[in-house]
Design a protein around this ligand. Sequence first.
Ligand SMILES: Nc1ncnc2c1ncn2[C@@H]1O[C@H](COP(=O)(O)OP(=O)(O)O)[C@@H](O)[C@H]1O
Ligand SMILES: [Mg+2]
Length: 319
Amino acid sequence: MRFAVLMDPIESIDPAKDSSFVIMLEAQRRGHEVYTGHPRELYTDGVRVGARLFPVLVGRGTPHFELQEPRNVYLDEMEAVFMRKDPPFDMDYVFSTYILDLLDGKTLVVNDPAGIKMANEKMYPLRFPHLVPRTMVTRSIVGLKAFLEELGGRMIVKPWDGNGGRGVLLLSKDDRNLNSLLEMSTSDETRHVVAQQYLPDIRSGDKRVILIDGRARGAILRIPADDEHRGNMHVGARVESCDLTPRDLEICDALAPSLRRDGLLFTGIDIIGGYLIEVNVTSPTGIQEINAFHGTCLEAEILDHVEQCVNSGKKRLRL
Ligand SMILES: Nc1ncnc2c1ncn2[C@@H]1O[C@H](COP(=O)(O)OP(=O)(O)O)[C@@H](O)[C@H]1O
Ligand SMILES: [Mg+2]
């Protein structure tokens, strides 16, 4: 099979941590041809969707890849296209999903571009009100302060389009910087923010669960550094092994039908203290860490699923 992996430049990834990289490695091990390129290379001539892509060989040595001469490839000639670009989820990202939409029913795209476009990582959980902590999404500073009061004087405020912990604030009502922080985070009430009940259980970790086709396949715990409230690996969180609790499985079961319907085959959800915080659909990661702790090979499970779709003639993940 021929697989195209649309992602950030392969030279910029960390081969010891990157999930797209192990998907490529496993695809190559299975004898598939792998192409890679940035989604900015996508185009359509009005009839077909193409991109300038590099045939690539990957390996565990240094360097971790070898690119061949780029060539123009029509994506309907691929058996599957993996959309694995990292956020920011900006208009450029959205636009690339509009181009990929044109492959609908012609080539399997993982995750489904319609699903990616529709599933904001911090808003998707709110479809399941019984699984999320108390949350308010607004740009009104008066509204945010009233919510802070209601929550007993402490809350989290974060940008709806952030990632890696950027701009996530732990606010308290007696902080004299409060007004200023709310003005900054809402850009003077011109941008919505997500305000949330602060979950003290974050001290024992922010759990990342990987789901494949709606099934929980493994998890890791990210423990915030002592001088941090954020449990993101980018800001120094420590990674630990963990198991899936009945509550985690309950959350995954609740999400599964919706993830399947939206064609979100490979997702990573974040859980703090038994509450669903985020549903990552663009380029979820964590499979190398989970594999290392649990001896799994999650990339093989993803590829099993993709191969099965291809072999049965299924060209769209969305139901
Ligand atoms: N409701 C919350 N209670 C406690 N901590 C939170 C909460 N929401 C976010 N955080 C903290 O902020 C970090 C990042 O938040 P998250 O919502 O996952 O945004 P990002 O997309 O930036 O990772 C979490 O790991 C956690 O430490
Ligand atoms: Mg997160």
